[in-house]
Design a protein. Structure first.
Length: 311
């Protein structure tokens, strides 16, 4: 590893730690609040399990983690630092199979980006554009959330920032027609990655389902294998509500991966672990801020260590 890339890695790890500090403080405070050094008995395990559930890791994960701890250390003296370290290791093991960055397999690789309004879809698309453009890929954006003029404008701004083309039409335009044009244009312009923004009006689930199905149908006319990914963007601050959003969007489209945003503004970062445990869907990337570089491919160990605040 070169010096600059190791610096960059350290820099990002620090940003991830800072971003996750609200979640990790909640967790570590509750763990150290229970004890500093104590014999590991049933009562302590129950308290730890409760602390994990309160930090949004979910009952199934909480049970798994405390079982792993009991297997090794039951009836022995443990310190809270040891417990956090062991939890971090177990969480990393659990997250490892779902840590899968977006892989570009086609040219153009077509990604439909879905999620409820305000979850961070547009911002995520802008950040992904920057990330892949930085890796030398040719990226194009399609402003498919034609329901809101502001969403189109916002995507244009992100496109300008990342210096990538944005295919957009006016408010109320047909998103499927727009997606068709965007893919046709992407093919003609030798684009590697086409990211399509979509509306997120869950209030009208049937309408949204129809709209997304139509986009898929229409882009298949240009490339029968498209879309190659359907990323669901989830806002971590909604906590447990993220579970029902996954349930609903899985009915609406073939979700192939998750992006979890706003981990910096939330004490509910543990929900990512619960989602991984429950759905097993790939976690493609995480967002820990509003800036263009605040999105990174998801790495299990870094996340687990940051969440448990262990070095
Ligand atoms: N703190 C923080 N804010 C974020 C992050 N990602 C997105 N945001 C903010 O969340 C707000 C909503 O993001 P958008 O990208 O507009 O969300 P959207 O899903 O496209 O919403 P609509 O355009 O309403 O469909 C914006 O103010 C973003 O700056 C993140 O990782 N951290």
């Amino acid at each position: 590893m070169t010096n600059s890339s190791s610096n960059e890695k350290r820099g990002w790890f620090q940003r991830l730690k800072d971003g996750l500090s609200r979640s990790s403080t909640k967790l570590t405070d509750s763990i150290t609040g229970i004890f500093t050094k104590r014999k590991l008995d049933r009562a302590l395990l129950d308290e730890l399990e409760e602390a994990l559930i309160a930090a949004d890791l979910g009952p199934a994960t909480a049970e798994k983690l405390t079982k792993a701890l009991a297997k090794d250390r039951f009836d022995k003296e443990v310190t809270s630092d040891e417990v956090r370290r062991l939890f971090a290791d177990e969480i990393a093991k659990l997250l490892d199979p779902v840590a899968k960055p977006l892989v570009i397999t086609q040219k153009p690789h077509v990604v439909l980006v879905v999620g409820v309004n305000g979850s961070g879809k547009t911002t995520t698309i802008g950040k992904l554009a920057r990330l892949y453009q930085g890796q030398g890929k040719r990226v194009m954006l399609a402003a498919g959330d034609t329901f809101r003029a502001a969403a189109v404008e916002q995507l244009k701004i992100w496109g300008e920032r990342a210096n990538v083309p944005v295919i957009a039409r006016g408010e109320g335009a047909d998103p499927a027609g727009l997606a068709f044009d965007a893919l046709t244009e992407a093919k003609a312009s030798d684009i590697d990655l086409l990211l399509i923004d979509t509306a997120g009006r869950l209030q009208n689930k049937a309408g949204l389902m129809e709209e997304l199905a139509k986009i898929v149908r229409v882009i298949k006319k240009v490339d029968p294998s498209a879309p190659h990914d359907c990323l669901l963007v989830l806002d971590a601050t909604v906590g447990q509500n993220a579970h029902s959003q996954v349930d609903i969007f899985k009915q609406i489209c073939q979700v192939s991966g998750l992006v979890i945003t706003k981990l910096d503004g939330s004490a509910k970062g543990g929900v990512l672990v619960a989602l991984a445990e429950r759905f097993g869907l790939p976690v493609v990337a995480i967002g820990v801020g509003e800036g263009q570089d605040d999105l990174k491919p998801f790495a299990a160990q870094e996340f687990a260590r940051s969440l448990m605040d262990v070095a």
